[in-house]
Design a protein around this ligand. Sequence first.
Ligand code: AP5
Length: 218
Amino acid sequence: MIVVFLGPPGAGKGTQCKELVERYGLLHLSSGDALRRHRKEGTELGQKAQSYMDQGTLVPDDLIVAMMMDEMKNIEQGNGAILDGFPRTIGQAEELDAALAKTEAKVDVVLNLEVDDSKLEERITGRRSCPVCGAAYHITFNPPQRENQCNAGCSELTQRPDDTSEVVQNRIKTYHEQTSPLVEYYQAKGNIVNIDGNVSIDKVTQSIRVAMDEMTIA
Ligand code: AP5
């Protein structure tokens, strides 16, 4: 099963993917995480992606598609994946469909997490994560047990460099201009379900469970 997770920056895609991985045994493939890994390792792709990410604009399609095709080689036969943050343009979606068609696969479910713009900045600027285990927190909505410390005791929490108010506004603008047209693209295919992401983390999880069960049984 291939699940695409759509939603604006800070909507809660990464947060909800954890549950999807555990419940449905899907591999979590996040384009943002893959890019940050390339940056950390100093690869050519990481260097090329840096300025786009720092400004909150999209990395060019050809670079992203090549990277995600490589990531998707890790999907084991018979198991599926959740694509978090990819595709993010119509061009990327078309390339994904073409690549999947070669193996007689397709995008089975698109989860479209809808969150009002007014909530996104607070969610993003309050996000903290553990640089060691990757656990994600929010200073208000999902605080760690001890201030600024990972609950697993690994490390002090850090903030992503693109999680500033200024960059967030660019990321939201980029989402509306280049990514939101994907909603119509998938509506035409009939495999998209809208999820209200304005409510608490637990309530969103519940809605996703219901949607996934309906979409995968249908
Ligand atoms: P990426 O890393 O994908 O960032 P993003 O899409 O902007 O999404 P985020 O990771 O910021 O948010 P999220 O929805 O996962 O929210 P989270 O669960 O953490 O991309 C970064 C950059 O890489 C892009 O700007 C671009 O440059 C490049 N890039 C990536 N993919 C690309 C592509 N395909 N093409 C081209 N370029 C690409 O939640 C956020 C916070 O809110 C957390 O603190 C969480 O605890 C909290 N929270 C979550 N849910 C709730 C809730 N229901 N209520 C209250 N708080 C909540």
